[in-house]
Design a protein around this ligand. Structure first.
Ligand code: SF4
Length: 199
């Protein structure tokens, strides 16, 4: 199967999925979107209110901030792939439970293996925990300590640079996260430039 066929199959399964409780309360599942040949894959936590309404990732206020950060990094949605750890909105935007993460992440695994990104940006605690756990990294600290550094790992057999940072939604709740988030996207810019030089 081509990349396009695999990703369509994943998206179709996600849209029909009722494997966990989040499938009972969602309006629309949100599989993810972007370039299937992206060098950079961004992983958020879960759809929020507007993502649930529209069926697309990062379309609310946090999405606008993400668009700004991407454009300041000379990137755009069409050149990256964006998805979430869980594909359906948890009620009242609560954090997804461990069982919901476990049930849903086989979809994310297939997406990562299909896109084969060189760089993964984990937006927030949940995405970072998932990628670290699958890369054999012991997570010895919270996102505040882990963020802003590049971790060279093997994820599902792929060599990947992982850059953990805050979830853009965190900045909407607390402005003190804005500068660190901007800093980390500038680090991403450097990482992308290095990756392009290597090609
Ligand atoms: S969150 Fe994931 S596992 Fe749960 S119903 Fe939605 S797509 Fe299925």
């Amino acid at each position: 199967m081509s990349k396009k066929e695999v990703m369509k199959a994943v998206a179709d399964e996600v849209k029909a999925c009722r494997k966990c409780k989040l499938g009972e309360t969602r309006t629309n599942a949100v599989p993810g979107e972007g370039s299937l040949d992206a060098t950079i894959l961004l992983i958020g936590e879960a759809p929020g209110y507007w993502e649930d309404v529209k069926g697309r990732p990062f379309v609310g206020a946090a999405g606008k901030l993400l668009d700004t950060l991407l454009s300041e990094t000379n990137l755009s949605r069409s050149t990256v792939y964006i998805t979430n750890v869980v594909k359906c909105r948890p009620p009242k935007n609560r954090a997804p439970s461990p069982i919901e993460v476990e049930t849903c992440t086989p979809y994310l695994k297939r997406q990562i293996k299909t896109v084969q990104p060189e760089i993964i940006v984990t937006l927030g605690r949940h995405a970072t925990s998932y990628v670290f756990s699958k890369s054999g990294i012991k997570e010895a600290a919270g996102i505040t300590k882990l963020r802003g550094k590049i971790y060279s790992v093997k994820l599902f057999g792929l060599p990947v640079s992982v850059l953990p940072t805050f979830h853009p939604a965190a900045v909407l709740h607390n402005a003190k996260y804005k500068d660190p988030l901007k800093h980390d996207f500038q680090l991403l810019k450097t990482l992308v430039a290095k990756s392009q030089q290597g090609h």
